[in-house]
Write a protein that binds this ligand. Sequence first.
Ligand code: FE2
Length: 344
Amino acid sequence: MEEKKRLVAVGFEGSANKIGVGIVSLDGAILANPRHTYVTPPGQGFLPRETANHHLHHLLPLLHSAMAEASLSPSDLACLCYTKGPGMGAPLQVAAVAVRLLSQLWNKPIVAVNHCVAHIEMGRCVTGAEDPVVLYVSGGNTQVIAFSEGRYRIFGETIDIAVGNCLDRFARVLTLSNDPSPGYNIEQLAKKGEKFIDLPYVVKGMDVSFSGILSYIEATATEKLKNNECTPADLCYSLQETIFAMLVEITERAMAHCDKKDVLIVGGVGCNERLQEMMRIMCSERGGRLFATDDRYCVDNGAMIAYTGLLAYQRGITTPLEDTTFTQRFRTDEVEAVWREDEG
Ligand code: FE2
């Protein structure tokens, strides 16, 4: 009976401007997944120190409410999981320190988790996508990934800023609200856009670049708006169409290269319905399917960390206390996805 007991873990995510605590079981049931977002005033981004203070303030109340929602006590948990990286240093540190303390207090093992791999595993779990090409798009990451020989390999990526960072910074130029997110407000405004403004289209082999597009649109936006040549909605529309087309192009190239039919989009920008629509058209033209999730799972959350930590834990992996550090750079392909090793 004992082996049949459900394995349950708690996961802490705090690599960017959200602090999340998730409780999940190995069969993918999400028992609780509360999170709190640090929202800055329009025109401002989030800075590491203030974001870390925000996380510190909210972590324990979130843990209390998650445990209450799941009706669990610490003794029910198999392990404690946290985001080791990549992300912003100070915010990452908050979850790393909290998990060390809780591990001592509750006498539970720790599993350190790669944030990008967690997005992929949560996406696969929620959508049922088995072996897709993954487009991971967020404020800090832009990668086209596929599973090959035991690891998630990066086939294409940004060579400068992340796609979400490009959108966030353009939202600051237009002083759009950061609530619920700058990208969401760009998406809504883009629906009213009528005129397409030509922007640089920068694909280099399997990689993309967004910094030149951002500089160009930042420099011309004020000028064009002042001369009534276009509206803010036209600029949002043009920016989305251009950068999403670039992402669809490199994803399609990776599909052809890896001979895979399906695509899974994860990460905060993955909630964008226009990006999903463009990707869905490309997939269906190739006889494949698009898998995507809504903002509960594509945006950073604690459940994705707990679930991925459990996948490793059931294969006997835990992180010794002295290695429960955090790191701003932690590449997706550094992790051996041992839970998929039977797939080769
Ligand atoms: Fe993320």
